[in-house]
Design a protein around this ligand. Sequence first.
Ligand code: CDP
Length: 221
Amino acid sequence: MTKRLLIAIDGPASSGKGTLARRLAEHYLLPHLDTGMLYRAVAFSLLERGDSLDDVAAATKAAHLLGLENLPADELRKAPLGEAASVVAVYPEVREALLDVQRKFARHPHGAVIDGRDIGTVICPDADVKLFVTASAEVRARRRFEQRRANGLDDSYEKVLADIRKRDERDSSRSDAPLKQAEDALLLDTSNLGIDDAFRAALDMVEAARGSVKSHPSLKA
Ligand code: CDP
């Protein structure tokens, strides 16, 4: 019987954390939760109803009503929602309302791979392995620019870079659960790595960390 494995992955926009999380989950046959989708769903719900992103009460209500089932994934992945999500993600009430659903997911009997901004620091401080995935703002902007161009959008590279910097600033400077590397997280800089090399590096890190992993508290008895 393999040991339960909980992997927390954090990092800024376009660092590659989502793809790495997905591939690690496939590799270890674990469920994967992209927590950015929750914040995107809250923003989506406000915008759909014509509520303002500044309406903390409406955002909190939307967060309380949110479940993991039936999230409109394709709709939520659209570019402007990333920015809108980072606005509602500042509200402590919204973050609090989304705690349970994330922690419940983390209690899956086999473990899980969860990615976001505060997974290693706030949501799963006891994760077996924590990765902090990053890359320079220029490299991340280049990736996002190429992605958008492939999707037929014609934002300039300069605009994409400015958006990335603005989001980094908002995510890192908020007082509640800011984006930051947990003290015990392993740093993976993907600036000079393609996705396959980044995946191999992440896998090596997880395996090395697992070798020295403390058992999960629930397995100690
Ligand atoms: O895909 P991308 O990195 O652009 O964004 P995302 O992971 O979908 O997250 C969108 C926004 O949600 C982030 O900029 C954060 O402000 C917020 N977020 C958060 O605060 N905490 C998380 N655990 C996940 C996302």
